[in-house]
Design a protein around this ligand. Structure first.
Ligand SMILES: Nc1ncnc2c1ncn2[C@@H]1O[C@H](COP(=O)(O)OP(=O)(O)OP(=O)(O)O)[C@@H](O)[C@H]1O
Length: 224
């Protein structure tokens, strides 16, 4: 178990380790996970691989504390995640199926509206984030006039501005062309290189640009 050290400038722990042990998760009459364990540390990408409906979103929601497992323990930096659930959540940036983008607002306005809600601010400015996802030319156009893939890029720009060290990306490749998928891979690799970690769910292979990822095949891990 890693040691937690306090960072006096940001009041964060400098270690990064998410552990889940012995999780049992039911939805309705179905046991999705039985005795499931996961370990994610700084500099790692874990790819949750599995077909539609296997339980990837459900697992991410449980890890984030948005719903509860029937059994099992989840720890963050060596302590129960429940000790300070809010502090844990501030360390997580979640890109889910619903991006939370307001269509009547532009990418710039959406990002500005999200900014005060971010747990920690990164060194990446709003302008830099838009540029990094290739949206500088579309920054002032209402999001409802952008394509699905362009809106995914707006959501990715939010991750770059958010200083969260742990990324939960739920099917981030959806709606993206090959160039967009490659970009997601690059962003994940950069995040990892900067000491962050990413949990990425996808039913399709991660782009090569994402670099090394530890594969967790859910169809082998789920309850039988
Ligand atoms: N509230 C609920 N009540 C009953 N069943 C549920 C509930 N939420 C999810 N499920 C079921 O749990 C299973 C897992 O759903 P989940 O959304 O986690 O899958 P997924 O692997 O993320 O799928 P996808 O790849 O399509 O996003 C599905 O069969 C779904 O129908």
């Amino acid at each position: 178990m890693s040691q937690s050290v306090s960072d006096s400038t940001s009041n964060r722990t400098t270690s990064l380790e998410l552990r889940a042990h012995g999780l049992e998760i039911w939805r309705g009459e179905t046991c999705l996970f039985h005795d499931f364990s996961l370990n994610l540390q700084a500099g790692e990408t874990v790819w949750l691989r599995g077909p539609n409906g296997i339980g990837k979103t459900t697992l991410m929601r449980v890890l984030l504390g948005l719903s509860h497992p029937e059994a099992g323990e989840i720890s963050w930096c060596g302590r129960s995640r429940e000790v300070d659930l809010e502090a844990f959540r501030r360390e997580v940036a979640w890109l889910g199926h619903q991006t939370g983008i307001r269509g009547e607002l532009t990418p710039r306005e959406n990002l500005a509206a999200w900014q005060p809600l971010m747990g920690h601010s990164s060194e990446c400015s709003l302008t830099d984030a838009l540029s990094a996802v290739g949206l500088s030319q579309r920054a002032d156009q209402p999001c409802q006039t952008l394509s699905a893939g362009q809106n995914r890029r707006v959501a990715m720009a939010r991750l770059l501005m958010d200083g969260a060290r742990l990324w939960f990306l739920d099917e981030p490749l959806t709606s993206l062309d090959a160039q967009g998928q490659d970009l997601i891979g690059q962003l994940v690799a950069s995040h990892r290189a900067a000491g962050g970690a990413a949990l990425v769910s996808s039913h399709q292979p991660l782009p090569a640009s994402a670099g090394t990822a530890r594969i967790l095949s859910l169809d082998e891990a789920v309850a039988t």
